[in-house]
Design a protein around this ligand. Structure first.
Ligand code: GLC
Ligand code: GLC
Length: 807
C-alpha cells in the first residue's frame, strides 16, 4: 500500500495523507543552516550544529512524534482553527498534500473553501528558513480570518535545553520590534548570536510567552490565543519563549494573499552586539528580512534553489527503460547522499541531533556517494577528518561539527576507522585528478606542529592495521569494527553501561576478518596511490603485504563454505558453522569479495552462494543468521538486540550494496540487481504499509525474518546505505567508474536492462554515454566516433564527449 506517489518531473514525492505510518521527513538547507521537516511541517532547525546551535525546540518521545515545528493556525469566526499542514491543529481537512522536493516542502491544505499553501525552504545563501503562506478564498463570499504563526525557541544547546530546567526556566529573553520577534537568550552574556522570526506585513498582535499563548492545560493543537482570536502581546521573561504573530485578513471571493515569514539566525561581532543597553544590534537580521520582504524575492530564492539542484544532479543522469532506476539515480539517491554528507549520523527523526556528531567512519563512506557532486567540499571534509587522526594512525570516532575537534563521547578504538580514510581520499582523486590533496599538510589531533602530508596520514592508517594484529596475523578488532555492536573486548554486565565506551578486557586477541578484507582492498588502493603519486617501491611492497593478508584470510579466516567473521577474546570462532548461533555474517563475505579475496580459489563463489542460501530475503540481505537468542557478554551489544533487529540479524541495509557489488565482481548482473532492488526505496514504495519509513530514501535497518516485524524499516535517512547504493548502481551496475586517468566503463547488467544513456560530468567534461546490449563476446567502445582499445576513456579536455558502448 502507498501513501503518495513520485512526481519525477517536479523531483518531488507527494504525500497524499497526513496519516502515514511514521513522520515522513525532508531536509531543508545544504550547508550551514538546516531544517528537518516532516510531512506535517513538524521538526526543528539549527545553524551548523544540531546540538549546540538549535533554533527551535523538538520534544523527544513526543506524541505525535512530529509535533511542534512550524505552526500555522487559520481561524475563521465560529469555526475550528485548522492548519494547512494538518498539524498542529489536526482539524480534518477537505484536501491535503505534502510535496517533499529537493530542499523544500510544500503543504497544501484546504477547508471550507479556503486553500492554504505553505512552502518552506532554506535559501541558498542565507541562514534562515522561509515560510511562504498563500491563502486563497475559493468561495463566492468574503472571508474574514485571523492567522496565527507559532514557533517555539530552543535555548540553543539542545541537551541543556531538555534537562537543565533549574537554570533554563530563568534565562529566556526576547525582544519584539516591528513585525519581528527576536530570541536572545544568553545573548546578554557569552553568546553573540540571536534568532529572529519576522513577517512581511503589519501584525495585529504577537506572543512570545508560550504559556500566555497556549493558556493553562492546553496543547499546541488548541491555543487559547487562537481560540479567542486574539494574541496576548506577551513578553517572555524566562519560562518558555516562543514567537507568534497575529495577522488579520479579509479575502474577497477568489482573492489570494501571500505572506512571507522568515525564521533566521544571525551573529554579531563581540564588540558590536548592542545598539543600547540590552537592545540587540539587529542590522544583520534586518538585512535578511528586507531581502525576502517581497513575494518576488522569495519566489526567486526558491527558483534559484531548484536550479541549483537541477544543475547539481546533472552530474549524473541516467535514462533507461526502468523509471525506478532513473528516479533513484537521478533524484533521490543523490539527494540522500548530500544529506548524509552534511549531517553524517547527527540529526534525523531517529538520530536525535544531541547524540552523535560527525562520525569518522561514516563520513569517510558518505563521501563515496557525494564526491562527484561538490568535489571541493569533499576535499575540505577529507582534511577535517584527517585532522582528528592520532599519530599512531588510529582516530577519534567522531567530531562536533561546530568545533571540528574530535571527542571520545561515543567511544574510541574502532579498528576499522583508519582504513576508511584511504577509501575516500582515493575516491576523491579518481573523481578530480587532484593529487595535490595528498601533499596537504594536516595535523594529528589538531596539534599545532604535528602537521604531515595527507599521504603520511594514509600511511599511518595502513601501518596502524599492520601494527595491531592478533594471534593469527589478522587485524585486531579493538572496540569493534564496522559492526559497532560486535564488542569482543567489552564484557559488560552492568545495566545501562555503554557498549561504546566500556572497556574492561583488552584481550589483544580478538581479531576481525572483516578488517582483514578491508585491509586487502585499501592496501591495494594505497599501493596504487604510491605507484602513481609517491614511492613506487613502497607501492610494490604494499601489494606484497596485501597479498600476505589475503593468504592469512584464506588460511585462518575461512570456515569451509564462507568467511569467518572474527575470533573472540578467547580465540573462539565467530560466524562459523561450529557456532550454535550467528553462524554466518554478511560483512566479511561482501568485503572480502569486494577486495578480490578468493576470486581465484573458489572461496568467493562459495561465500556468495552461502549468503544467497542463508541470508537473502525479499526485503534484503540479513546481517547474520541465525540471530542470537540470548545475551552473550563475550560478543557484546550485538546480542543485546532481540533476534531480527538491528545488528542482530536485521536487514542492515548498509552492507547490501557491498554484497551487490561483490556479485558484480563475479559478473552476476541479475543477482546484483536483485539485491539492489530489494532494498531500493522506489521498489519498496508499494509496501509502505509494511516498510513504514519514507519511500524515497534508504533506511538503516529493516526487520529480519526471525523478528516480530519482518520488513519493517527504521532509522531512515542517515545511513551509509545511501552512498554505497549510489556507488553500486552508478559504478558497479551501470558501470561508469571514475578512475585516475579517466572514466572506466564496465557495466554489469541485469537482463531486464538492454540499453540506457548516461550523462556524466567528470573533470569538467560532459560525457554522453549510450550503452546497448548487443551480445558480443567483447565490449566495443567508441569515443567521439573512434573505437578505443580497452574500457578506459581518457579524461577529456573538451566540453562534451560522446561515447557509445556495445556490450
Ligand atoms: C551505524 C553506524 C555505523 C556502523 C553501523 C553498523 O549505522 O553509524 O558507523 O557501521 O551502525 O554498526
Ligand atoms: C548502537 C547501534 C549502532 C550504532 C551505534 C553507535 O550500537 O546499534 O548501529 O552504530 O549505536 O552509536
Amino acid at each position: 500500500m502507498k501513501y503518495g506517489y513520485f512526481d519525477d518531473l517536479a523531483k518531488e514525492y507527494v504525500v497524499t495523507t497526513p496519516l502515514t505510518p511514521l513522520p515522513w521527513i525532508n531536509y531543508l538547507g545544504n550547508k550551514d543552516f538546516f531544517g528537518l521537516i516532516s510531512h506535517t511541517a513538524g521538526g526543528y532547525c539549527f545553524c551548523r550544529d544540531a546540538r549546540l546551535q538549535r533554533l527551535t525546540r523538538f520534544r523527544y518521545n513526543n506524541v505525535p512524534a512530529d509535533g511542534g515545528g512550524r505552526c500555522y493556525y487559520i481561524k475563521e469566526k465560529g469555526k475550528p482553527a485548522w492548519s494547512p499542514a494538518f498539524l498542529p491543529c489536526k482539524t480534518p481537512l477537505d484536501a491535503y498534500v505534502c510535496r517533499h522536493g529537493l530542499g523544500y516542502s510544500v503543504f497544501a491544505g484546504m477547508r471550507d473553501g479556503l486553500a492554504g499553501e505553505l512552502t518552506c525552504f532554506v535559501p541558498l545563501d542565507d541562514h534562515c528558513e522561509i515560510h511562504r503562506l498563500s491563502l486563497s478564498n475559493q468561495t463566492e463570499s468574503e472571508k474574514t480570518l485571523k492567522l496565527f504563526s507559532m514557533i517555539e525557541w530552543c535555548l540553543w544547546d539542545a541537551v541543556d535545553d531538555s534537562q537543565n530546567f533549574q537554570r533554563n526556566l530563568n534565562i529566556g529573553e526576547v525582544e519584539v520590534e516591528d513585525n519581528t520577534i527576536y530570541h536572545k537568550t544568553e545573548y546578554r552574556e557569552r553568546r553573540n548570536h540571536y534568532a529572529f522570526y519576522g513577517v512581511n506585513r503589519p501584525i495585529s498582535g504577537f506572543d512570545t510567552s508560550r504559556d500566555a499563548f497556549l493558556g493553562p492545560y492546553r496543547g499546541f493543537d488548541n491555543p487559547l490565543a487562537v481560540d479567542r482570536e486574539q494574541s496576548r502581546q506577551s513578553i517572555a521573561h524566562g519560562w518558555y519563549p516562543i514567537g507568534s504573530h497575529q495577522i488579520d485578513i479579509v479575502l474577497a471571493p477568489g482573492e489570494t494573499t501571500t505572506i512571507i515569514y522568515v525564521l533566521g539566525y544571525a551573529q554579531n561581532e563581540s564588540d558590536d552586539k548592542w545598539t543600547a543597553h540590552d537592545v540587540i544590534n539587529k542590522t544583520k537580521a534586518k538585512a535578511v528580512l528586507a531581502k525576502y520582504e517581497s513575494e518576488e524575492s522569495a519566489e526567486q530564492a526558491l527558483d534559484r534553489l531548484k536550479s541549483y539542484w537541477t544543475e547539481l544532479l546533472s552530474k549524473y543522469q541516467v535514462k533507461s527503460s526502468n523509471e525506478k532506476i532513473d528516479r533513484m539515480v537521478n533524484i533521490w539517491n543523490q539527494y540522500q547522499c548530500m544529506v548524509t554528507f552534511n549531517l553524517s549520523r547527527s540529526a534525523s527523526y531517529f538520530e536525535s541531533g544531541i547524540g552523535r556528531g560527525m562520525g569518522f567512519r561514516d563520513s569517510c563512506q558518505d563521501l563515496l556517494g557525494f564526491v562527484h557532486l561538490i568535489p571541493e567540499r569533499a576535499r575540505e571534509r577529507i582534511l577535517d577528518l584527517a585532522s582528528i587522526q592520532f599519530e599512531d594512525g588510529s582516530t577519534y570516532h567522531q567530531y562536533q561539527p561546530l568545533t571540528k575537534q574530535g571527542n571520545h563521547a561515543i567511544g574510541s578504538g574502532f579498528n576499522d576507522d583508519p582504513l576508511w580514510l584511504i577509501a575516500c581520499t582515493a575516491a576523491y582523486i579518481r573523481e578530480t585528478g587532484d593529487k595535490s590533496i595528498l601533499f596537504e599538510e594536516v595535523p594529528f589531533d589538531h596539534k599545532p606542529g604535528s602537521e604531515a602530508p595527507l599521504f603520511e596520514h594514509l600511511r599511518r592508517s595502513i601501518t596502524y592495521t599492520e601494527n595491531n594484529r592478533g594471534p593469527h596475523g589478522l587485524p585486531l578488532i579493538g572496540r569493534a569494527d564496522w559492526n559497532d555492536c560486535l564488542n569482543l573486548n567489552c564484557f559488560s554486565s552492568e545495566p545501562g553501561e555503554s557498549f561504546q565506551t566500556t572497556s574492561n578486557f583488552d584481550s589483544k586477541i580478538a581479531e576481525s576478518v572483516f578488517i582483514a578484507g578491508m585491509y586487502v582492498k585499501y592496501a591495494a588502493e594505497y599501493a596504487e596511490l604510491c605507484e602513481r603519486f609517491g614511492d613506487a617501491a613502497e607501492g610494490k611492497a604494499m601489494r606484497q603485504r596485501a597479498h600476505s593478508m589475503e593468504k592469512i584470510i584464506c588460511e585462518h579466516g575461512w570456515d569451509g563454505a564462507w568467511f569467518l567473521r572474527a575470533y573472540d577474546a578467547f580465540g573462539n570462532r565467530v560466524g562459523s558453522q561450529t557456532c550454535t548461533e550467528g553462524q554466518i555474517y554478511i560483512e566479511p563475505q561482501a568485503m572480502c569479495v569486494m577486495a578480490g579475496v578468493g576470486l581465484e580459489n573458489g572461496f568467493a563463489e562459495k561465500a556468495l552462494n552461502s549468503v544467497h542460501e542463508k541470508l537473502v530475503t525479499d526485503f534484503g540481505v540479513e546481517l547474520l543468521a541465525p540471530p542470537y537468542t540470548a545475551y552473550r557478554q563475550e560478543l557484546g551489544e550485538i546480542t543485546s538486540y532481540p533476534p531480527g533487529y538491528k545488528e542482530n540479524g536485521s536487514i542492515f541495509c548498509h552492507n547490501n550494496p557491498w554484497f551487490s557489488i561483490a556479485e558484480t565482481k563475479r559478473g552476476r548482473g541479475n543477482e546484483a540487481f536483485a539485491i539492489y532492488r530489494n532494498i531500493c526505496p522506489a521498489y519498496t514504495e508499494e509496501k509502505s504499509d509494511i516498510h513504514g519509513t519514507e519511500p524515497y530514501v534508504y533506511s538503516q535497518t529493516i526487520g529480519g525474518r526471525s523478528g516480530h516485524s519482518f520488513g519493517e524499516a527504521k532509522n531512515s535517512w542517515l545511513t551509509g546505505t545511501a552512498a554505497w547504493s549510489f556507488v553500486n548502481i552508478s559504478q558497479a551496475i551501470l558501470g561508469i567508474m571514475p578512475d585516475y586517468d579517466g572514466l572506466r566503463i564496465a557495466p554489469c547488467l541485469p537482463d531486464e536492462l538492454s540499453s540506457y544513456r548516461v550523462e556524466r560530468v567528470y573533470r569538467g567534461c560532459r560525457y554522453r554515454i549510450t550503452v546497448e546490449r548487443t551480445n558480443r563476446s567483447k565490449p566495443e567502445i567508441e569515443v567521439n566516433g573512434n573505437l578505443i582499445e580497452g574500457n578506459l576513456i581518457p579524461a577529456q579536455t573538451s566540453a562534451t564527449c560522446d561515447v557509445r558502448v556495445r556490450l
